[in-house]
Write a protein that binds this ligand. Sequence first.
Ligand SMILES: Cc1cc2nc3c(=O)[nH]c(=O)nc-3n(C[C@H](O)[C@H](O)[C@H](O)COP(=O)(O)OP(=O)(O)OC[C@H]3O[C@@H](n4cnc5c(N)ncnc54)[C@H](O)[C@@H]3O)c2cc1C
Length: 381
Amino acid sequence: MTYDYIIIGAGASGLLLANAMGKDSFFAERSILLLDKDLDKPNDRTWCFWEKGKGEFDAILHKTWDHILVADGSYSKRMAIDPYKYKMIRAKDFYNTSRTAINGCPNITFLKGKVVGIEERDNQIIVSTDSLTFVGKKVFNSIFDYKPLLQQKKYPVLQQHFIGWFIKSASPIFDSEQATFMDFSIPQIGNTRFMYVLPLSETEALVEYTLFSKNLLSTQEYEEAISNYIKNNLACHHYEILDREKGNIPMSCYDFNIHNSKHLMHIGVAGGWAKPSSGFTFMRTHQKTMALIPFLKENRPLNTFHKKDRFWFYDLLLLDILSRDNSKGRLIFGQLFKNRSPQKIFAFLDEKSTIWQDLSIILACPKKEFIRAFLRRLFLI
Ligand SMILES: Cc1cc2nc3c(=O)[nH]c(=O)nc-3n(C[C@H](O)[C@H](O)[C@H](O)COP(=O)(O)OP(=O)(O)OC[C@H]3O[C@@H](n4cnc5c(N)ncnc54)[C@H](O)[C@@H]3O)c2cc1C
């Protein structure tokens, strides 16, 4: 069976793309196949992102915060983020609303199938599942494979890895207006380690132990750190664990585009759409999808969509520093949030700042580290 477009994976990027195509009349006469190995995905994650004012996902927001807190052991700073809000959506709500919308599009077929092969032949892409074979004129793949990243040496590869507990405390202990964005006041043990606390009410919160480092920890190590933090930092002794989430997101400036071709494009984490310096992916994937739609209408080769810019280079410098000395994260992020407003930092991370604003952000960080990293790359590239 031949389709104009095949989307592999109905996670964040696959659903965002299918939905965007479903809403646009240009694609109404074109056949779209969406494939996933699981049709009933559990509520397997929460997505958070900052956004100014109203946004596309407001109807399914689970919680929003007007303030963030950053701490590094020597200071603790609560900051208003107006006009931004930090927003949370639950995967379950996103999967349900996206699937309902897709079901209403007669040109989109959503099938269960574990993809076992993707092959380019005669300007078409052959997609094989464990039981069927499909032909796509254009194919978008969101299955992520770590191997090629780990097999190269040109770009450092870190991971943002974490385990989070959704807890309910016996008494009110949380400020439900404030998200603890990065709390570095915990033992760093040679890495970049911080706590991320998202209160849902005065008694409920997601408490997540997060690292930006090369290697994962054992489950016990993450969980001991969460338990210690709840006891020692939050002074909470009576609580229950309602749920858990875990994840690891690649942080790398690796050139994911080399795996794309005229007719095949990798999307989401698999396409390198996770911001290398922070792991934030959801909003970035939404923004890339919005840019991809007009691009598809022009029928241009899919491997010409990706562009490298100065933000890619800034991310590379940070990853170079953290990969050489993984303990530097507390100093860098600590100084950054101490010296600059969250609004300026968000604009920079959204890649919407001017070059002068970029410079002001970089100058707020330990300069020596960045100058050294810059010189190293200058002579290496
Ligand atoms: C627990 C967790 C929390 C996160 N929180 C945030 C956050 O707060 N903010 C943020 O910006 N980012 C966050 N991320 C990072 C990122 O936004 C998510 O990983 C996001 O889901 C990535 O989207 P994706 O489409 O690339 O991958 P996925 O959403 O993982 O989708 C891939 C899809 O492919 C399917 N699939 C895999 N293999 C096959 C196969 N062989 N055949 C068919 N289908 C297959 C899977 O079932 C899945 O549905 C988080 C990640 C995790 C894991």
